[in-house]
Design a protein around this ligand. Structure first.
Ligand SMILES: C[S@@+](CC[C@H](N)C(=O)[O-])C[C@H]1O[C@@H](n2cnc3c(N)ncnc32)[C@H](O)[C@@H]1O
Length: 281
């Protein structure tokens, strides 16, 4: 017992920046099922945004001219294809990549039923090796925030390579405003089956703030009869002051900024920052 308590106490200490937790999250057999359910639930924004916001995002990106019929679009972390399908319906030629086989299975079936030609690929976008193939790359719902500086720069370089000369990367990131609004969670609960596990499990949830780095960690220790696992969701928040040099170093120039991807004018005080950055080379 002492060993277990010591172990949990050690896990509850603030970990070093971006120390990984359990590697299987998006593609865990049970968690991916819970996640797909969350993606498809139109009543909340937990995994994907609500349908009316997704519609408004696609409307905005077509109306502003960043997306157009015939363009080749790379959807990074496409999930169940909620954006990919809407873009394909308007004539974009979409390649969607994701690590969740479960989301991709759903996306492929849904596209087939709708008669849409979308190329879904099971791929870690950190390992992608597309070369000058796309007019536009999108990455929606803050996925860039989950990476350490090194991994983020690697991803940005890969996105830059994937784009044709003059291609555009459109994405959103969270700001400190959102983080401080949400606040630090510190709670535990016992579940008879839910998001983390199909059967009975205990969840110890704790948030850690690294304000000097604009980084935040939501940590979940999940205990069931099979053992204990620690999941770590890291978030690096940005402002235009911190984001612009990062994009520049990766070969992009910022072309347009909004407070969100539906095109809300930029104030710099929003919960989100949405960016269209053009490949310079
Ligand atoms: C927050 S969800 C957003 C999904 C989608 N963009 C949306 O807004 O509906 C992040 C997605 O990225 C995928 N993902 C996470 N890490 C990935 C990686 N390294 N390579 C490819 N996909 C990844 C997850 O499986 C998940 O579908």
């Amino acid at each position: 017992m002492k060993e277990l308590v010591d172990y949990i106490a050690r896990l509850c200490r603030k970990p070093p920046l971006f120390e990984p937790g359990e590697p299987r999250f998006w593609d865990d057999p049970h968690i991916s099922k819970s996640m797909l359910k969350a993606h498809l639930d139109p009543s909340h924004d937990a995994a994907s945004r609500r349908p009316e916001i997704i519609d408004a995002t696609i409307d905005h990106l077509f109306a502003s001219g960043f997306l157009r019929e015939g363009l080749r679009v790379l959807d990074l972390g496409c999930g169940p294809g909620l954006y990919a399908e809407r873009m394909a319906r308007r004539g974009a030629r979409v390649v969607g990549v994701d690590t969740s086989e479960r989301s991709l299975d759903y996306a492929r079936n849904s596209a087939a039923q709708a008669g849409l030609d979308i190329d879904y690929r099971h791929m870690n976008f950190l390992d992608m090796d597309f070369e000058h193939e796309f007019d536009v790359a999108i990455q929606i719902y803050g996925e860039l925030c989950v990476f350490s500086n090194e991994m983020r720069d690697k991803l940005l370089r890969a996105v830059c390579r994937a784009l044709k000369a003059g291609g555009v990367f459109i994405f959103d990131v969270t700001t400190r405003t959102l983080r401080t609004k949400k606040g630090i969670s510190n709670r535990w609960y016992l579940s008879d089956g839910g998001f983390w596990r199909p059967g009975r499990h205990l969840v110890l949830e704790q948030g850690y703030d690294y304000p000097e780095k604009d980084v935040w960690l939501d940590q979940y220790i999940v205990i069931d009869e099979m053992g204990l696992k620690v999941y770590r969701n890291w978030y690096h928040d940005y402002s235009m002051e911190t984001l612009e040099p990062v994009l520049k170093a990766a070969g992009f120039v910022v072309e347009k900024v909004w407070d969100d991807l539906t095109g809300t004018p930029y104030t710099g005080a929003g919960d989100w920052l949405a960016v269209a950055a053009r490949r310079t080379g």
